[in-house]
Design a protein around this ligand. Structure first.
Ligand code: ASP
Length: 462
């Protein structure tokens, strides 16, 4: 057996330690740390996990992670390989059901823990998904394809372009809807860039992830998958959307527009919120209920536009008090072509930055202003600061979110080097990234799902 098989998933620090002790995966061990001795079975490790912890399955059935640098001694008592597999069943084909394509890019949703062994294994074939979430077969004929297997911090222009092209191919083939499994951390960046790269899609393009892996009783993976597959198969909304938990409990999911959505909580399942607006729709196992009617409707044709371009010489500068001008100068010197500033209040930075912004303008760098408050507009006519900044070439982007402005600027610069054309692209709304007004009920929904807001308001009114 080769090393990769023997030490399944372990790498770096933990691989070295296990090799030193000649203790491959499935060894029954007595492992002594500086504080205690543990008896258990060394489990395979997810390739996406860190290289700091060894995972032991204890006699009690619990799995524990032990830091490699705490380990003093490992005594091997035997070997007990568990043969695990997700119950794979053939995904039933029904000629009457819509065809949905599920692309995998990685993240928590791409893995599931095997209950018996605790090992993290990918669940991706339609059969495996059907084995774990049989409801999917009631909705559609599902095809799956793994595009990438990364945590979403590793998604970038190469993967965005690859995903956009893969989606385009499926639309051309006549698919009824697309689902993209993705890590949640940067799902909103990918949703935004796909909204620009694929325009006028005739079918829904739904991004989905999970905040808690499917080994945990509180996992949101299965329900998010059901909601997103249902949306792709049945909804009339032909836009790039994010589909995740609405409220903190599993009452319903929300469909957020790809350019107005943001991850807002590091651990809640209801982490995705529409910013500056209200979500497009609610979805549960039975229905998809639109919350607005200005969405792009599903069509029967296969026409759409693909713009798979990106210039990565773009940066977001998050302003903080006392920022020094060298933050701007160094980007200009390094050859960056575009800078999105997330400014304070209505879109401001301090005076010492002005000369550096002037130098950026002279060097032909495109500088745009967004706001750190996320809600509301960059309004640079109100204070002198705003007017001065506009004189220096800094262009306000209304209520475009900073991350959306970042991907849009990289995308625009990928298509043209003409700074005036870039400006025209930036200031023309393409997929709802700038809106005329922000409804006040949108800000309330931000605080949680609608039921929670209603409950909160009823308590406050008493
Ligand atoms: N770190 C993970 C990711 O974004 C978290 C997740 O999948 O939710 O890829």
């Amino acid at each position: 057996m080769d090393e990769k098989e023997l030490y399944k998933g372990y790498r770096g620090n933990t691989l070295n330690l296990l090799k030193q002790h000649n203790a491959p995966v499935w060894s029954e061990v007595e492992l002594t740390t500086s504080t205690a001795t543990f008896y258990g079975l060394i489990l395979p490790r997810s390739e996406q996990a860190d290289d700091l912890h060894i995972v032991l399955k204890m006699k009690t059935g619990y799995n524990i992670g032990i830091r490699y640098d705490k380990v003093k001694k490992i005594i091997i008592h035997g070997r007990k390989e568990a043969h695990y597999k997700i119950p794979e069943k053939e995904f039933p084909y029904s000629p009457k059901k819509p065809r949905v394509k599920l692309f995998g890019t990685g993240g928590t949703i791409a893995s599931r823990l095997d209950y018996r062994t605790g090992a993290v294994i990918p669940a991706f074939s339609p059969g495996e998904l059907y084995g774990s979430v049989p409801e999917l077969a009631d909705i559609c004929n599902l095809e799956t394809e793994k595009l990438y297997g990364v945590f979403s911090e590793n998604m970038g222009p190469e993967q965005w372009i690859g995903t956009a092209k893969a989606i385009a191919e499926e639309i051309e083939k006549g698919v009824d809807g697309i689902v993209i499994g993705h890590g949640t951390d940067t799902m909103h960046h990918t949703a935004a860039i796909l909204s620009f790269m694929i325009q006028n899609s005739p079918v829904p393009i739904v991004m989905v992830g999970s905040q808690r892996s499917s080994d945990r009783p509180s996992s949101d993976a299965a329900l998010n998958l059901i909601h997103s597959v249902k949306t792709a198969a049945e909804s009339n909304i032909a836009e790039v959307m994010v589909c995740m938990f609405g409220p903190t409990s599993d009452v319903y999911g929300l469909l957020h527009r790809g350019t107005r959505v943001r991850k807002m909580h590091s651990s809640y399942r209801s982490t995705f919120r529409t910013i500056g607006d209200i979500p497009i729709a609610m979805v549960n196992r039975e229905v998809i209920r639109p919350l607005r009617n200005d969405y792009k409707k599903r069509r029967n044709d296969k026409t759409f536009k693909l713009f798979p371009f990106f210039d990565d010489r773009v940066a977001i500068v998050y302003y903080y008090p006392n920022m020094k001008p060298d933050m701007i100068d160094s980007l200009v010197e390094k050859g960056y072509k575009g800078i999105v500033i997330a400014g304070t209040g209505l879109g401001h930075v301090n005076k010492p930055l002005y000369p550096a912004l002037g130098r950026a303008k002279d060097a032909g760098v495109a500088v745009y202003m967004t706001v750190q408050t996320l809600w509301g507009y960059a309004q640079m006519y109100v204070y002198d600061t705003g007017r001065d900044l506009m004189e220096l070439g800094c262009i306000p982007l209304a209520n475009m979110l900073p991350e959306v402005a970042y991907v849009k600027l990289g995308w625009a610069l990928g298509m043209t080097t003409d700074i005036d054309e870039v400006k025209e692209i930036m200031l023309t709304p393409i997929a709802g990234e700038m809106t005329d007004r922000e409804p006040s009920n949108g800000y309330l929904i931000l605080q949680g799902g609608i039921p929670e807001v209603e409950e909160f308001i009823s308590k406050v009114k008493k």
